[in-house]
Write a new protein. Structure first.
Length: 255
């Protein structure tokens, strides 16, 4: 899933819904353009963010990947060794994975998500005749995937972190990717990285993490002319200001 906070889940879709503010999506999903912006008492990057990031960059994350994560990674890992691939981190139902597979037709595009229910919807799309053959969905905890990829020495050409992750309460900031101890493994996977969000603070915190790790990044508001995911369509249709943070994490395989 893209978020551990239920307030960021898409509202339950209704097949054939025809309300005025409904947006038709690829497949069978209908998204309502009635999302509310992120509300938080935190209006700037967290005051403890820099110290937290510095600590993570200096110490090894000593978490043991789950057995399920190891099995999932092993099933796919050998295929990725030496391959040019794109990671869609927290792909949800896989709409963004399919969209990215069409953007990068010469590379494997791996959508990783922990939700079996969401991935079932995605797998239905991948068996259709018009589905891109280079799109793959993998059920795995993202933290497990990043840890195992770092241990194996995998390198990708692009990483996409698309909506929403934000745990918006100040006391939840360590659950956001910029302040999570998995950050060094994300950096180790390499490639061009792009985070998108509808919360400015989250984009700024990610830019701070990249800066402290010695990576130059850009952080800007943007217009999603071709939305990559249901969340992006929903937020754009609801009038949210969208943000993205982009950086190059170094040399990549096949870039």
């Amino acid at each position: 899933m893209r978020s551990g906070n239920a307030r960021y889940c898409l509202r339950k879709h209704e097949i054939g819904h025809t309300a005025e503010n409904a947006l038709e999506l690829p497949g069978d999903l209908t998204v309502q353009a009635n999302s509310t912006p992120v509300h938080s008492s935190q209006t700037q990057p967290h005051p403890k963010l820099q110290a937290t990031i510095a600590r993570h960059l200096q110490h090894v994350f000593r978490r043991e990947p789950s057995a399920a994560g190891r099995r999932a990674f092993t099933a796919l890992g050998e295929r990725l060794l030496g391959a040019a691939f794109v990671l869609d981190a927290g792909c949800g139902t896989g709409d963004s994975t399919v969209a990215l597979a069409r953007v990068f037709p010469d590379r494997l595009v791996i959508g990783v998500d922990k939700s079996a229910a969401r991935l079932v919807l995605g797998q239905r799309r991948l068996v259709r005749a018009d589905a891109p053959p280079n799109a793959i969905l993998l059920r795995c905890e993202l933290v497990d995937f990043w840890q195992l990829a770092a241990t194996t020495g995998l390198r990708c050409t692009h990483q996409f972190l698309l909506y929403p992750n934000p745990w918006p309460k100040p006391e939840q900031f360590k659950r956001r990717w910029p302040a999570h101890p998995i950050l060094p493994a994300i950096l180790a996977l390499g490639g061009e990285i792009e985070l998108r969000t509808n919360w400015r603070v989250y984009a700024q915190e990610f830019a701070t993490a990249l800066r402290l790790a010695g990576r130059l990044s850009s952080c800007e508001a943007f217009v999603a002319d071709s939305p990559l995911s249901p969340f992006e369509r929903k937020y754009a249709a609801s009038g949210h200001l969208l943000w993205r943070c982009r950086a190059s994490l170094g040399s990549t395989t096949g870039s």
